[in-house]
Design a protein around this ligand. Structure first.
Ligand code: ADP
Ligand code: MG
Length: 657
């Protein structure tokens, strides 16, 4: 042998564990195969032919002995380097074709080129050319299930040739075929050999082996004979050695494009896998959908409520202090405490931090106009009241300082009262005289509806506080003093100073102060507690959803072990397999996230359609966070199954049924 052998096995041994001992399936195999040979490896079933072929094709490693390919030992190669060897030098043809049932003939043929980084258009063109050459031009779009055995085997030959295949390894390629189809396959193999491909044909059939130009007979894991076969027709044309294939390792921009192509492939396969199990995928997604939808909806609802409550508080007036007698709301003595008087209000009004002060008193009585009667809340207020409370007029005017002094009988009514007493919208309430209790009062203004607290159904009218004190209560004590803090002064500071000031006046603290800023802060902090709670629920529900995803990915991987084996045989790297399953997990989660967000919007829409007072305020942050979360869940919970898939042993994966 002058020529350096392409393939060189020396002392190769392959053992499998069998109980406590090991059994040697191959022993002392020495075999040299030169480029361009057509070798048949023949032997009875169970003699070790497939084991030998797997070693030759770098799918498996010998337990002992050395395998050199192109003079280079394969012992030190890592799994990705072995994958590269398979991708660039070997083409496998299996007895059972091993096509991916979800892909067309064209799709199946293209796979090796994807892992080799061939651009999409070139890839398709080459796959088409090879399939056409093998007589499948009109079957490009057919799935394996729509093809006969012979046609499927030709697709698998096309796949083997996709990356060039210096060495074609065929393991019982005719074993599952009828005579005629088998004959065709053998003819193709002979042609390939004539074009310069090294062909290694494994068979138990002497008739088939006769087609090769060298026959190696193997029995019980040992080579028992190795002879040239003169019978085979000599149609060799060495000039065409090493069938042309796109085998240039891409670099720079090409490498980037190849990576993009591999991502595309992962994406495509993920979509195919998801569509193949629609119901299962949807049920898996459901966990994510419900999780994301409920969180986004709850956050939106929480934010909506917060904004509503805050706007209600704003309607109470900004920077206001309200001073009440007693210790707190519900202090039963507060009605008996008469120490909060007008003089206090007047003294406070002279303080520098007070931008406006108004005393308030209140009672309730009946309003009458003609035959209409309604009970109403009577508010006795100072002229600054409306400004302090930021109340707006619908029509008419407010009473002025003069009114308090003269105990005027002018009344400002709210919108509810106006609607009740003046049901006919064409009649203006302004100037009408109504009976407030027994006191006839002239309506001078109608206030706009306030969306504040207690604005629901009650009727409220406003009179000068002196009028209410004298004509209704017969008492000069106040219900409260309302103080608007000057804009330049901090509200809490004003509260402190006013408290000290009044305590000094009264000699004791027989009042309490309500600070609207405090209320605002309380509500804000309550909602942030709520948000935290929602976040906790979110984490729990998404973890549960993620476990569902992991579960289904484990199922998906175990269902597709064979596919993984095929992909590895045609040269997929571990990272390619990892990426494929991670992409699938992330895609399931992302689609779930999108549907979840859509669900949250739908919930808001339904609430609005049914005239609910709940308002959903969606924030971009929440939605982006939802997508980020779903991606993260996909990566985290998809990792374990995908990693497991990537670490599978190609031979074991291929053998799985
Ligand atoms: P052939 O392809 O010639 O029919 P194989 O190479 O597939 O034979 O198998 C040869 C022997 O090795 C058989 O006896 C088989 O039982 C055994 N064998 C193959 N794979 C394994 C394995 N993974 N574990 C244990 N024994 C195995
Ligand atoms: Mg076999």
């Amino acid at each position: 042998m002058a020529e350096e052998a392409l393939i060189s096995l020396s002392g190769v041994r392959r053992e499998y564990p069998a109980g406590d001992a090991t059994v040697a399936v191959l022993a002392d195999v020495d075999l040299d195969i030169r480029a361009g040979e057509f070798v048949a490896i023949m032997g009875a079933s169970g003699s070790g032919k497939s084991t030998l072929m797997n070693i030759l094709g770098c799918l498996d490693r010998p337990t002992a002995g050395d395998y050199r390919f192109e003079g280079r030992s394969t012992a030190d190669l890592d799994p990705d380097e072995l994958a590269e060897l398979r991708r660039e030098h070997f083409g496998f043809i299996f007895q059972r074709y091993h096509l991916l049932s979800e892909l067309s003939a064209l799709g199946n043929t293209e796979i090796p080129a994807i892992y080799a980084g061939v651009a999409g258009a070139d890839r398709r063109e080459r796959a088409q050319a090879i399939l056409t050459r093998l007589g499948l031009a009109d079957r490009l779009g057919h799935r394996p299930g729509q093809l006969s055995g012979g046609q499927q085997q030709r697709v698998s030959i096309a796949r083997a040739l996709m990356n060039g295949a210096d060495v074609v390894l065929a393991d019982e390629p005719t074993g599952a075929l009828d005579r005629r189809s088998g004959e065709e396959v053998l003819k193709i193999l002979a042609e390939l050999n004539a074009e310069g491909h090294t062909v290694i044909l494994v068979t138990h059939d002497a008739e088939v082996a006769r087609r090769a130009r060298r026959i190696v007979v193997i029995s019980d894991g040992r080579i028992v004979s190795d002879q040239p076969n003169e019978v085979a027709p000599l149609e060799r044309s060495p000039a065409a050695a090493h069938g042309a294939g796109p085998r240039t390792a891409p670099s720079g921009l090409g490498a980037l494009r190849a990576l993009v192509a591999r991502f595309e492939e992962s994406f495509h396969m993920a979509v195919v896998a998801m569509l193949a199990h629609r119901l299962r995928t949807f049920l898996t997604m459901l966990g994510i959908i419900i999780g994301i939808a409920s969180v986004v909806a709850m956050v939106a609802l929480g934010e909506g409520s917060r904004q509503k409550v805050l706007s209600n508080i704003s309607s109470l007036g900004t920077n206001t202090l309200e001073i009440f007698p007693g210790k707190d709301f519900g202090d039963i003595r507060s009605t008996r405490i008469k120490t909060l008087v007008l003089a206090d209000a007047e003294a406070l009004a002279r303080e520098t931090y007070a931008a406006g002060v108004t005393p308030t008193v209140s009672t309730s009585t009946t309003l009458r106009l003609g035959s209409i009667e309604a009970s109403a809340q009577i508010n006795g207020v100072g002229p600054d009241y409306f400004q302090v409370k930021a109340t707006k007029l619908k029509t008419g005017r407010f009473f002025d300082a003069e009114a308090a002094r003269t105990m005027s009988q002018e009344v400002v009514i709210d919108e509810n009262t106006a609607k009740t007493l003046f049901p006919d919208p064409s009649v203006s309430p302004i100037g009408a005289v109504i009976l407030v209790g027994k006191v006839p009062c002239t309506v001078i203004g109608v206030t706009q509806k306030q969306q504040g607290f207690g604005s629901s159904g009650t009727l409220s009218v406003f009179l000068a506080y002196t009028t209410v004190q004298v004509r209704f209560l017969g008492d000069t004590s106040l219900r409260s003093i309302l103080l608007r803090v000057a804009d330049t002064v901090d509200t809490s500071l004003a509260e402190e100073v006013a408290t000290a000031f009044l305590t000094r006046r009264h000699g004791t603290k027989d009042f309490f102060v309500l600070n609207t800023d405090d209320i605002r802060q309380t509500i804000t902090s309550t909602t942030s507690t709520l948000t935290l709670l929602i976040a906790a629920i979110a984490v729990i529900s998404l973890v549960v959803g993620g476990i569902g995803v992991m579960n289904i990915m484990l199922v998906s991987v175990s269902e597709r072990v064979k596919e993984i084996g095929v992909r590895m045989a045609v040269g997929a790297r571990r990272s390619d397999i990892l990426r494929q399953f991670l992409t699938e997990a992330v895609l399931v989660c992302l689609v779930g996230g999108v549907l979840g967000v859509a669900g949250a919007f739908a919930a808001g829409f339904v609430f609005a359609a049914f005239g609910s007072t709940y308002v959903f305020v969606y924030s971009t942050t929440t939605i982006l966070a939802a997508f980020a979360c779903s991606t993260l869940i996909g990566v985290v919970f998809g990792w374990l199954p995908a990693h497991g898939a990537a670490l599978l042993d190609p031979v074991a994966a291929l053998a799985r049924d």
